[in-house]
Design a protein around this ligand. Structure first.
Ligand code: ZN
Length: 370
């Protein structure tokens, strides 16, 4: 299988020079829509971004409309920071920014690869099975687009997300579930020098709470952290409110829920004992998943990688991606490494060879008989 590398690179360079951060993705979605129209491919854009105030929705491309798609592939259209005034540089086969912006390879490299694959399918539709290609919005803000996808736009049972910064061959086989915590201890401010006994010290409440909130690596499954503590007004005022932001990540969803519940109970108990009150907010940001090496979504990936002389290397990754949403919705999804290194930083870069091999991998996943 040969691919047009120059075209792949020029598509990527065009895509990264479109400035389109999360929820301001209209220009990049319009670019993709125009290319689909040129290729004669069927696409739908949903209205999933409307509740978020986004200017473009998920773009879903069906390669063989009217036929059940056997696989889906996904990339996201937003970048985490602007790429305005980006001047890409190519040196020794590696593409970088000139150092004052991100490159945007996360995830325009995924978009460029899928676009190149779609060009190939449009040219030889009979060589490929029906598939759906999903370009999601606002992944960087918290997987908004994937979460907003309607069931009729996610029909294939299995698929691959092209959004891991790992090198080709590596893929995310396991991620923890993630709960964000936002806790406020509410006491009562009073003049600390004149009548401290009239106050209820929210800082003492927070300290009491934290004494029984384990942090760091709790066991093989679970880590927890309180990362932000803020509050108080002045050195002569008994602190009236202290807020704490933290998180718990665990490979065991039951344990995660139990720990969140225990923290909420503890905060309530502390507040009551001090005569104050509290607000406890928790949110499961994403659900974890574990892909078994015997599952078809995994055996197919291994076979396709080996056909391209890539050694499959399953990875544990503590962050989330659109694959978390898809797996939570009963699909089997693997986030594969595309080699977009140092994402979100001005040092972000990607090797042209890595984009080429992942393009060939997607074509192999589709056309190979695994
Ligand atoms: Zn990404």
């Amino acid at each position: 299988m040969t691919i047009n590398s120059d075209k792949l690179v020029s598509t990527f360079l065009k895509l990264v020079q479109i400035d389109a951060v999360s929820l301001r993705e209209r220009p990049v979605v319009d670019f993709l829509r125009e290319r689909m129209d040129e290729l004669g491919l069927f696409w739908i854009e949903d209205d999933g971004a409307v509740p978020y105030g986004g200017d473009a929705g998920n773009l879903i491309v069906q390669t063989h409309p009217g036929h059940e798609p056997v696989l889906f592939f996904c990339a996201h259209t937003d970048t985490v920071r602007p790429t305005r005034d980006l001047v890409p540089r190519i040196e020794d086969g590696v593409i970088r920014s000139s150092g004052d912006t991100i490159l945007g390879a996360d995830n325009r490299a995924g978009c460029a690869i899928l676009l190149t694959v779609l060009e190939q399918i449009a040219a030889h539709p009979q060589q490929y099975p029906p598939a759906e290609f999903i370009f999601t919005f606002a992944e960087e803000l918290g997987l908004y687009g994937a979460a907003a996808l309607k069931p009729e736009h996610l029909r294939a049972r299995e698929g691959y997300v092209l959004d891991s910064s790992r090198p080709p061959g590596q893929y995310v086989a396991q991620t923890p579930s993630f709960a964000a915590l936002d806790i406020e201890m509410i006491g009562k401010p009073a003049h600390a020098g004149v009548e401290p006994e009239l106050g209820i010290n929210a800082l003492n409440m927070a300290v009491d709470f934290l004494r029984d909130f384990p942090t760091g690596r709790i066991n093989d499954n679970t880590v927890a952290n309180i990362g932000v503590i803020s509050g108080g007004e002045a050195s002569n005022v008994v602190p009236g409110t202290i807020s704490m932001k933290g998180e718990i990540r665990s490979f065991d969803m039951q344990e995660l829920k139990q720990r969140v519940r225990a923290a909420a109970d503890r905060a309530a108990e502390v507040a009551q004992r001090h005569g104050g009150s509290m607000r406890f907010k928790d949110k499961i940001e994403f659900e974890g998943f574990t892909i078994d090496p015997e599952e078809p979504v995994c055996t197919r990936l291994h076979a396709a990688m080996r056909a391209l002389n890539l050694e499959p290397e399953p990875q544990v990754y503590s962050g989330g991606s659109d694959a978390n949403i898809f797996n939570a919705r009963g699909r089997r999804a693997i986030n594969i490494g595309i080699g977009a290194k140092k994402p979100h930083s001005n040092e972000e870069h990607i090797a042209i060879a890595d984009m080429e091999i992942i393009t060939r991998l997607v074509l192999e996943l589709l056309a190979g008989r695994y």
